[in-house]
Design a binder for this molecule. Structure first.
Ligand code: F0G
Length: 463
């Protein structure tokens, strides 16, 4: 009899399956991407999402405490005794009226899913706990990734906290913020800085993993995306199991959107939600491959028969113009998203849209999110900046309910935040050099002499 959980090619006309233990993460038949798939009929699926509320009373069990594994019935690929958790997913979906006013939504209609609260400070821990669980099931001793910083921070923290695997990370030189690099170093990952950017690092880590048998934890790994489904389970939980009209997410390697699309498709198929939300993916203008292909060149999933030549042509154009990804939102500075086909499938299922937003608007949105009480890194703010544009375009109406995912914590990249708020020409030059000449919501530090009267006067005149 077939296994209850297995891996399956995402291309419906191929549909080849492979064993759960296969760590090549490519279809053995056509080389395409794989899903983790289940024979749901033979699994105990709860009859209602409310079932998961019973886990809240059982926080002493680490698997019920985890914001990922309390939903393990919806990602049932691992026996309980194999599951790894370090307490990931204790995150919040916050109603954000001040930010709603900024983007043009009615009060009570915008929620920010704040993934900065994870152990390593970004959403990556949702997927990493699942990938590390799978790595342990397959007996791996070394795990590797290429990263713009957050995947590597997450891998490093899971390796050091569990002592099960050695973490090896590939980063482009000068392409990773200090907050993230400090995590990799502090948590003892072997850190390999290569000349080049993320796209180069990802190619190299895949080659090295094949040659050395390293367990790859980039989001081409379908087990990572299983874990990231839990972000949407928690969104639904926070909204008392009501499906929002829209979910908006920044797009880099397109793992999140792929995972969210799979989560909603499965919940609908299992009869656990009545409809799926619409999805919006937001690129930075300087790294907008998905936007160009989906919105400008009309690339669509097309039942799995998507037009690969459109992708190849576009990437060849980038190469011949020597155009590298270039955005201050360094986490999404990616031109060759590995999950592109899965993202097309997600947008097909969830009637999605893609937008590309300039860095200046991303940073202004970030300042507004911060002023509203949640600190995020630049890439995360792309979701809110994109929402603002979609409201202006009237694609999203002020009465729609919207969830924006804030993917990473403010302290991941303090340099850019200080540069944004600074009047010091040396500091703010960093933004100007990357094309951001003006910022709208800077909170300037006030220079005051070391004198009580002057200090009192400054406080009185500014408050
Ligand atoms: N936001 C943050 C904070 C990220 O770190 C990333 C990806 C994304 C958004 C994009 O998510 O790839 O699922 O579309 N960071 C990866 C990394 C690439 O290496 O940390 P995606």
């Amino acid at each position: 009899m077939r296994a209850i959980a297995f891996q399956r090619c995402i291309n419906p006309s191929c549909g080849a399956t492979t064993d759960l233990a296969d760590t090549t993460f490519r279809c053995p038949c056509c080389g395409g991407l794989l899903d983790v798939a289940y024979d749901w009929n033979r699994l105990p699926v709860p009859s209602s999402l409310k079932h998961f509320e019973s886990k809240w009373a059982n926080r002493a069990n680490p698997l019920d405490f985890s914001g990922v594994w309390r939903f393990r019935a919806l990602l049932p690929f691992a026996p309980e005794e194999a599951i790894i958790t370090i307490g990931e997913g204790q995150t919040l979906c916050q109603r954000a009226d001040a930010v709603a006013a900024f983007v043009g939504l009615n009060a009570g209609r915008l929620f920010l899913q704040y993934e900065g609260l994870n152990p390593s400070g970004s959403f990556k821990d949702n997927g990493m706990c699942a990938a590390i669980t799978h790595a342990r099931m397959t007996g791996a001793r070394r795990a590797a990734c290429a990263s713009t910083g957050n995947t590597s921070a997450s891998l490093a923290i899971y390796c050091s906290a569990t002592q099960l695997l050695r973490g090896i990370i590939f980063v482009g030189s000068g392409k990773i913020s200090y907050g993230k690099l400090s995590q990799a170093l502090e948590h003892s990952a072997l850190t390999i800085q290569i000349q080049g950017d993320f796209d180069d690092a990802l190619r190299r880590v895949q080659e090295a993993s094949r040659q050395l048998g390293l367990y790859l934890v980039n989001s081409v790994n379908p087990f990572r995306l299983e874990g990231q489904k839990a972000i949407m389970f928690r969104v639904l939980e926070a909204l008392r199991w009501e499906v929002p009209d829209w979910v908006i997410v920044p797009g880099g390697n397109l793992g999140n959107v792929s995972s969210f699309g799979k989560a909603f498709a499965e919940l609908a198929e299992l009869g656990l939600i009545p409809r799926v939300p619409r999805l919006a993916v937001i690129n930075a203008t300087g790294a907008d491959t998905f936007y160009q292909l989906y919105e400008k060149r009309g690339l669509r999933w097309n039942g799995g028969q998507f037009d690969q030549s459109k992708i190849d042509d576009y990437l060849a154009e980038l190469d011949s113009a020597n155009r590298k990804a270039d955005t201050l939102a360094s986490a999404i500075e990616i031109n060759r998203p590995v999950n592109l086909p899965k993202a097309l499938r997600a947008l097909d299922r969830c009637n999605g849209v893609v937008r590309a937003i300039p860095d200046s608007e991303i940073l202004d949105a970030k300042a507004k999110i911060g002023a509203g009480g949640l600190g995020c890194e630049p890439a995360s703010a792309a979701s809110v900046a994109g929402l603002r544009q979609l409201v202006q375009e009237k694609v999203i109406s002020p009465s729609d309910s919207v969830v924006c995912v804030l993917t990473g914590h403010l302290l991941k990249d303090p340099d850019e935040t200080v540069a944004y708020h600074s009047t010091d020409p040396a500091t703010s030059a960093k933004l100007a050099a990357r094309g951001v000449k003006q910022v709208a919501f800077a909170n300037r530090a006030v220079q005051v002499p070391n004198d009580l009267a002057a200090i009192v006067q400054a406080i009185e005149s500014y408050t």
